[in-house]
Design a protein around this ligand. Structure first.
Ligand code: COA
Length: 374
């Protein structure tokens, strides 16, 4: 019989403060800041590299620091030959998120600083991880499609190079700008599930690659990052705006979870949605694919009326990625290509101020009972 007082319990850790952070703050009333800067101000002007630097180092870079950081990332993109060989050995049809998770895990074994958790070594490893998660996403996809990956283009930024690797041509400036904005929106979100998984792993003093492997595994699920791939399947199924309301009501009657809606923290709207919706409208006009955003808007309107639930960023990210020319299987790896900056920043912070993360559980099993009638 336990004599311990019952600790407070919140299913799914909802509302629980599980740690301190100086990196990112999510305001339930639709606000999001990185190191005190509003993402709405940064999203349309900053580069992904500038935001990654900010997340990792706490302050914005000077012009020289940004140029150096951007070069460092570009120069670290190439994967070790053995990792490329491993990607080729995976069964045809392996999902790019599984390739990514396996690739990150394997990359750790090639990093000479793997087990050095000092601040300086962690920042160096973060640069390598930010560079190579992108390559695992692009090259993993190409290999899974039976195509040969291209060489990295050193003079392109992460956003530009991502396009280049998949399309074989240098993207236009507006495309790079859009992908930078998307990467900035996705770069961090305080204690979301994948970041929390990374911090739990790091809190055992396991290395950064172990933590990012945990994060990749956690991001895959459709209640988290996997929602942006599922949202595209949903939009494909709906096809036209006039079918959206009927489709949604049918799904709700079946008690189905609707991908791209709801959020654990935001209850009055996701701070990233207005920017992503605007990018979607712009892309709709540029590409002539003008059905996707009206479908999303009709879903938003109906969901608000029927369930008082708001859209999250993944609803609009799905058609945006499609209109940018990416296959739906790359939607979640695209998210990871950006979120890896946040994951690494959180691992640095966790290691710098570590305390093991080890909560309690509420036991609901059988009462104490004798073993085999003893
Ligand atoms: N579709 C239908 N109903 C939903 C829903 C959705 N997407 N999201 C939440 N709900 C319902 C829940 O079923 C619950 O209803 P109930 O009280 O009748 O049981 C109610 O809204 C409250 O939701 P709750 O389960 O407390 O939310 P949560 O904080 O545990 O879960 C998510 C948050 C994100 C996991 C959840 O909203 C979800 O599954 N969304 C779809 C996946 C997604 O888009 N993920 C990306 C998040 S950025």
């Amino acid at each position: 019989m336990t004599t311990e007082a019952k600790p407070a319990y919140s299913p799914g850790l909802a509302g629980v403060i599980a740690g301190e952070t100086q990196i990112c703050s999510v305001d339930p009333n639709a606000g999001l800041t990185y190191r005190g800067y509003d993402i709405h101000e940064m999203a349309e002007q900053a580069s992904f590299e500038e935001v990654a630097y900010l997340l990792l180092n706490g302050e914005l870079p000077s012009v020289e620091q940004l140029a150096k950081f951007t070069r460092q990332i570009a120069s670290e993109r190439e994967l070790p030959a053995a990792v490329v060989k491993m990607l080729r050995l995976l069964p045809r049809g392996t999902h790019p998120m599984d390739m990514l998770r396996t690739g990150v895990s394997m990359l750790g074994t090639f990093d000479k600083e793997l087990n050095d958790n000092s601040h300086e070594a962690n920042i160096r490893k973060a640069i390598r991880l930010i560079a190579r998660v992108s390559t695992l996403a692009t090259d993993g996809w190409l290999i899974s499609q039976g195509e040969e990956p291209l060489e990295e283009k050193l003079d392109l930024t992460q956003a530009g190079n991502f396009f280049y690797k998949l399309r074989g041509e240098i993207p236009q400036t507006w495309q790079i700008r859009m992908l930078d904005t998307i990467f900035i929106l996705y770069a961090d979100h305080e204690f979301n599930a994948s970041t929390f998984a990374a911090r739990v792993t790091a809190s055992t003093l396991a290395d950064m690659y172990a933590a990012v492997t945990s994060a990749c595994a956690t991001l895959k699920g459709p209640l988290h990052g996997g929602a942006n791939e599922e949202s595209m399947r949903m939009l494909d199924d709906i096809k036209t705006p006039d079918r959206a309301e009927g489709w949604l009501k049918e799904q709700l009657a079946k008690k189905a979870k609707i991908m791209g809606f709801g959020h654990r923290v935001y209850k009055k709207g996701d701070s990233r949605v207005p920017i992503m919706r605007e990018i979607g409208r712009d892309l709709g006009e540029r590409t002539g694919k003008e059905q996707w955003i009206p479908i999303c808007e009709k879903l938003e309107e109906t969901m608000e009326r029927e369930k008082q639930l708001c859209a999250n960023v993944d609803l609009y990210a799905a058609p945006v990625f499609t209109m940018l020319g990416f296959p739906p299987q790359l939607n979640t790896p695209l998210f990871a290509t950006s979120r890896v900056a946040g994951w690494c920043a959180h691992v640095v912070e966790q290691h710098d101020h570590n305390r093991l993360i080890r909560p309690r559980s509420l036991y609901t099993g059988p009462e104490m009972r004798p073993y085999r009638g003893a």
